[in-house]
Design a protein around this ligand. Structure first.
Ligand SMILES: Nc1nc2c(ncn2[C@@H]2O[C@H](COP(=O)(O)OP(=O)(O)OP(=O)(O)O)[C@@H](O)[C@H]2O)c(=O)[nH]1
Ligand SMILES: [Mg+2]
Length: 317
């Protein structure tokens, strides 16, 4: 049974009360277990919103682009929630300060909710937490949930588990074909955006993305389209917006949309089990044992596997 205050906060989230949404997201961030029961009640209401992941290198213009898309959605009478995930900077980092300024722009607008989530020095669980924050926004009735993440190695792959559609934002300075392939961006992108098209080299980059896509043609899906934008001037946004609508429409009708969500659900369960078991396993006593064994390393020739076996053996005793 949930207490009255729990029921109350669920009702408030479902009624799009931004203070309640904020409060619940703070609970998610601080990792309190009580969120689990809230989540069960909110989850059935999360299905309708479309989740868009926007990723790309630092400074590519992801936030500027997100803001323009938010304006576009508002014009179309849609509501939007934005989770700006910043795995790189500490909580007081520059990007987050910028995001705080953005949030203030919409503070009185009940159709936009923007929230930053930083790793606070601890990457573990950030992906889960941002997905759960997305669930809260979806349950509040936001038509669109945007996850904005800096692509620094892992970020873009994690986001690809969280979203229905992934936009990879690059800029003329992003580099050549080889780097595109190395970064594995071709596999995760549903749409490529070449931003800062006011700069030299944007047409060359757009062409080289198309060439790479041609080489790595995937029979199971259409080549991701490439859009050129100048987000700071609001140029190319309408084209990109239409590209998103088209992608979502097509993937809904060919079944990819539902498939992706099923895979996502499975991954979430898998990861939660892993997280729970790991947490349960590493008691203070075991951590102490591990440290003790590590300190002994100079005196013996144990490999990491040997240490694992010893710790597991001790657990079974
Ligand atoms: N010339 C030019 N500048 C742009 C364009 N879009 C964004 N900028 C500028 O690029 C800078 C970075 O933009 P942001 O939107 O903060 O980029 P970001 O990818 O969110 O950056 P991080 O979150 O720090 O990774 C800002 O000074 C923007 O004004 C563009 O199309 N052309
Ligand atoms: Mg940003």
């Amino acid at each position: 049974m949930l207490s009255d205050s729990k029921n109350d906060i669920i009702k408030r989230v479902l009624n799009n009360d931004h203070r309640a949404i904020s409060k619940v997201i703070t609970e998610i961030e601080s990792g309190v277990e009580t969120f689990n029961s809230l989540h069960s009640k909110l989850f059935p209401y999360t299905k309708d919103s479309i989740r868009i992941g926007i990723t790309g290198p630092p400074g590519a213009g992801k936030s500027t682009l997100t803001d323009k898309l938010v304006d576009k959605y508002l014009k179309m009478k849609k509501s939007v929630g934005v989770i700006a995930v910043d795995p790189s900077s500490p909580f007081t980092g520059g990007a987050l300060l910028g995001d705080r300024v953005r949030m203030n722009n919409y503070i009185w607008n009940e159709n936009v909710f923007i929230r930053s989530m930083g790793s606070q020095g601890n990457l573990g669980g950030l992906n889960r937490k941002s997905q759960e924050a997305g669930d809260v926004l979806a349950a509040s009735g936001k038509d669109i949930v945007i996850y904005e993440t800096v692509g620094v190695g892992q970020g873009e792959h994690e986001i690809s588990n969280a979203a229905d559609i992934i936009l990879v934002v690059l800029v003329p300075e992003s580099g050549d074909d080889v780097q595109l392939m190395k970064a594995g961006l071709v596999e995760i992108a549903d749409i490529f955006v070449v931003n800062k098209s006011d700069r030299d080299g944007s047409d060359r980059l757009a062409q080289s993305i198309k060439n790479v896509l041609h080489i790595f043609k995937n029979k199971d899906r259409q080549d991701p389209p490439v859009f050129r934008t100048t987000a700071s001037l609001g140029l190319g946004i309408d084209g990109l917006f239409n590209g998103i609508e088209t992608f979502v429409g097509e993937s809904k009708s060919n079944g990819h949309f539902e498939n992706k969500r099923t895979v996502r659900f499975r991954n979430r369960v898998y990861n939660l089990v892993q997280e729970k078991l790991t947490k349960k396993f590493w008691t203070q006593i075991k951590l102490k044992k591990l440290d003790g064994m590590i300190n002994d390393l100079n005196n013996n020739q144990s490999s990491p596997y040997d240490v694992v076996n010893q710790i597991l053996k001790k657990t079974n005793e």
